[in-house]
Write a protein that binds this ligand. Structure first.
Ligand SMILES: Cc1cc2nc3c(=O)[nH]c(=O)nc-3n(C[C@H](O)[C@H](O)[C@H](O)COP(=O)(O)O)c2cc1C
Ligand code: SF4
Ligand code: SF4
Length: 434
């Protein structure tokens, strides 16, 4: 049986599934039930400085997009950091950590960009016995207008400066949570690394407007006829998050910097993908807001079973496994030739592949009067569009041509040599070098 226990920057948890800082972790009542359900750790909902708490809107704070089956694909929120008094949160954190010593208790923080403010809150958090802190440099709405959250995360110098302050003022591990609302995520992770961060976590939410109410002519969620951008999360953001995690994992300047992967994790497989791309653990928010705390049980059993099947004894065996296979376009093998293949027995004759290939791709699928759809290898460029639009899973697959076969489209013999763009005769750079 695979061992799912994790040690992330010295913080131990029985499994790699943590709850991200958000409504599921905003109070003792929630976190206790989360731990009872099996979550390995939590990042407590972001705390602000002492004093009157922030005030949330009283209208709707969420927008969303859905798939055709009304399954939630993306969630958008305009919620701020915790709106409960600091001392209440700290008291609850201390009690819960005392009662669940084997679970990771990380506290998310966001205070003004002044060393004294960070020093003051770090001391208060240390007293709770929490295992670590996460610096919220990512919240893209409300708090950023006040010079915090993503307003810090978007300026690498600030990221480095605040991280350095925190490292100088606490013995707890410091995890820096990054905003995806930035052009090159590596600049922010390098800054965190330079500032002495023990790890980075990503992604926080993405600037977004999920829709416009066409009666009120205002963005959703609409508050008394007005709307504002919110932070986007859920399954829709997973591809963006995976890419950013991979960018950091393969950046030589931050080699070895631990990463906590966040963004759309809903199943054990999502988690395994983040870990394969270099995340030492994962954090989850939207999936729990959609399905409840108990989804962790399927995540645990699914990951454990898959690891057993693959012979991974522990989580660290999996972390970063796919990183060496993430490359730049120019290094992809141009001698790898495939063609689409349609399983006629599985085909329901809907014609989507034909429409897609005929109108937007390469006119490589024919339709007979009896609605039999066939791929013409001499036209198929192997773009994979038909696979993606076909409503029947595995009905269309891509099949590799063996070395020695002739590609009827190019007339060339398929070679099993690896050859990429850097050495291709059409590459102007190659010509210049000769
Ligand atoms: C309603 C809501 C409130 C959130 N509040 C916080 C917060 O206080 N601090 C923080 O660092 N991230 C906050 N987040 C972002 C999540 O922690 C997480 O980074 C993001 O939702 C992506 O993960 P997901 O796709 O699993 O939801 C919030 C997200 C949502 C939906
Ligand atoms: S892979 Fe692309 S080119 Fe080939 S049949 Fe499918 S859609 Fe057409
Ligand atoms: S999209 Fe798939 S199911 Fe529909 S006609 Fe093409 S192969 Fe058949």
């Amino acid at each position: 049986m695979a061992d799912l226990s994790c040690d992330f920057v010295g913080i131990k948890s029985p499994n790699p599934f943590w709850l991200a800082s958000a409504p599921p972790t905003d109070k003792e009542y929630n976190v206790r039930r989360a731990f009872e359900a099996g979550w390995g750790g939590v990042v407590w909902k972001t705390l602000g400085e002492d004093g009157p708490p922030v005030v949330n809107v009283n209208g709707p704070r969420y927008g969303a997009i859905w798939g055709a089956d009304r399954r939630l694909l993306g969630l958008n929120n305009i919620e701020l950091i915790t709106d409960r008094p600091l001392e209440v949160n700290l008291r609850e954190i201390k009690t819960v950590k005392r009662d669940y010593p084997d679970r990771a208790m990380v506290v998310s923080l966001m205070v003004p960009c002044e060393e004294e403010a960070w020093k003051a809150i770090l001391a208060r958090v240390e007293e709770t016995g929490a295992d670590g802190v996460e610096l919220n440099f990512g919240c893209p709405h409300g708090m950023s207008e006040r010079g915090m959250g993503s307003a810090v995360g978007q300026v690498p110098d600030y990221v480095e400066m605040v991280t350095r302050w925190c490292k100088a003022n606490t013995r707890m591990p410091v995890i820096v949570k990054l905003t995806p609302n930035i052009t090159d995520i590596r600049l922010a992770s390098r800054a965190a690394h330079k500032g002495g961060a023990d790890a980075v976590s990503l992604i926080n939410t993405i600037n977004s407007i999920t829709g416009v109410d066409l009666d009120q002519m205002a963005p959703e969620p609409t508050i008394d006829g007005k709307g504002t951008h919110g932070g986007y999360c859920g399954p829709a953001v997973k591809p963006i998050a995976l890419n950013m995690v991979a960018e950091i994992a393969r950046d030589p300047e931050t080699a070895g910097l631990p990463i906590s992967g966040i963004g759309g994790v809903t199943t054990w497989k999502d988690a395994a993908e983040f870990m394969a791309l270099g995340a030492g653990n994962v954090q989850v928010c939207t999936a729990v807001m959609t399905y409840g705390f108990k989804i962790v049980q399927e995540m645990i059993s699914g990951l454990s079973q898959w690891m057993d099947d693959k012979g991974h004894a522990q989580v660290s065996d999996l972390v970063g496994r796919a990183v060496p296979n993430v490359t730049d376009w120019q290094y992809l093998n141009l001698n790898y030739v495939t063609k689409a293949r349609i399983d006629q027995a599985a085909c329901i004759k809907c014609g989507r592949c034909f429409a897609a290939c005929e109108d937007t791709s390469h006119q490589a699928i024919t339709m007979s009067p009896e609605r039999v759809f066939e791929v013409q290898d001499d036209e198929c460029v192997a773009c994979n569009l038909c696979v993606n639009v076909c409503p029947v899973e595995d009905c269309i697959t891509m099949e590799r041509l063996a070395a020695g076969q002739t590609d009827p489209r190019t007339g060339q013999t398929v070679s099993d040599d690896y050859a990429n763009w850097t050495t291709h005769p059409n590459n102007p750079g190659t010509c210049a070098a000769e």
